[in-house]
Ligand binder design. Structure first.
Ligand SMILES: Cc1cc2nc3c(=O)[nH]c(=O)nc-3n(C[C@H](O)[C@H](O)[C@H](O)COP(=O)(O)O)c2cc1C
Length: 205
C-alpha cells in the first residue's frame, strides 16, 4: 500500500457503515472487512451496522457521525435500490442535511449485487451523499457483482473480464479515500435548507 502523509495532530476517523439487510452476516460486512486493513494503517476505524443484533440507527450513531472525518457506506442491491435499513437511516438523517455532520467529509460507497441494478444504486447513493454535504473522491465507488465474479472465473486473463470491478479495486478506493481524508478540508459552505417543517404536506386541492 502506498503511504500518504498523516496530519501530526491526530489520525483521521473513518466510520464504516454496514447497511446490509443481514447485518454482520452479509456480503457488505465481508467487503468492509476486506477494505478495513487497507485503511487501518493511517486511520482509526469505527464500525456500525444498521441491521442485526447490535443494529444502530441514525440517532444512536449521531455522535459517531459527528466524530468521523470520512465515511464508507456498504449496501447490497435490493430490487434495484439500497437496503431498507439504509433508506430509513437516510430519511432519519434529513434534519442533518447540509450541516457540519456531513459537510465536506469524504464518502466511499461499496455496493454488492447478484447481477444487475448495483450501478444505479451506487450512482444514486453517491448523489444522496453529495446532497447531504459529503465530498466524493474519485474512484471511491464500486459495485461487486456475483455475475462478474463468475464471469472472471471462466474468462481468460487479459480479456474483457479484466475490465469488471473486483475485490482488488478496494486498494484504490482505500488510497483515494485516505488521500481525501488526510488532505486539509476545503472551506465548503452549505446552502440553506428547510429545517422547520420538511414533513409539511404541500398539495392544495
Ligand atoms: C430482497 C432481496 C432483493 C435483491 N434484489 C437484487 C437485485 O435487484 N439485483 C441484484 O443483482 N441482486 C439482488 N439481490 C442480491 C443482493 O443484492 C446480494 O446478495 C448482495 O450482495 C446482498 O448484500 P448484503 O448481504 O450485504 O445484504 C437481492 C437480495 C435480496 C435478499
Amino acid at each position: 500500500m502506498s503511504t500518504l502523509p498523516t496530519p501530526p495532530d491526530r489520525r483521521p476517523r473513518i466510520l464504516l457503515l454496514n447497511a446490509s439487510l443481514a447485518g454482520p452476516a452479509g456480503n457488505s460486512s465481508r467487503l468492509l472487512a476486506m477494505l478495513a486493513p487497507r485503511l487501518a494503517a493511517q486511520a482509526s476505524l469505527d464500525r456500525a451496522a444498521l441491521a442485526g443484533p447490535c443494529a444502530a440507527t441514525f440517532a444512536s450513531l449521531e455522535p459517531n457521525l459527528h466524530a468521523a472525518d470520512a465515511f464508507v457506506f456498504a449496501t447490497g442491491t435490493h430490487w434495484d435500490s439500497w437496503s431498507s435499513p439504509l433508506q430509513k437511516f437516510l430519511e432519519d438523517a434529513t434534519p442533518a442535511e447540509a450541516t457540519s455532520l456531513w459537510l465536506g467529509k469524504p464518502a466511499a460507497v461499496l455496493v454488492t449485487e447478484h447481477s444487475t441494478g448495483g450501478k444505479g444504486v451506487l450512482s444514486r447513493l453517491q448523489g444522496v451523499l453529495l446532497t447531504l454535504g459529503c465530498a466524493l473522491p474519485p474512484f471511491t465507488g464500486l459495485v461487486l457483482s456475483h455475475a462478474a465474479q463468475l464471469a472472471r472465473q471462466h474468462a481468460p486473463a487479459g480479456g474483457a473480464a479484466d475490465d469488471l470491478w473486483r475485490p482488488a479495486d478496494l486498494e484504490l478506493v482505500a488510497h483515494n479515500l485516505l488521500a481525501a481524508t488526510l488532505a486539509p478540508r476545503p472551506a465548503y459552505r452549505a446552502w440553506p435548507v428547510d429545517r422547520a417543517d420538511f414533513h409539511r404536506p404541500w398539495l392544495e386541492s
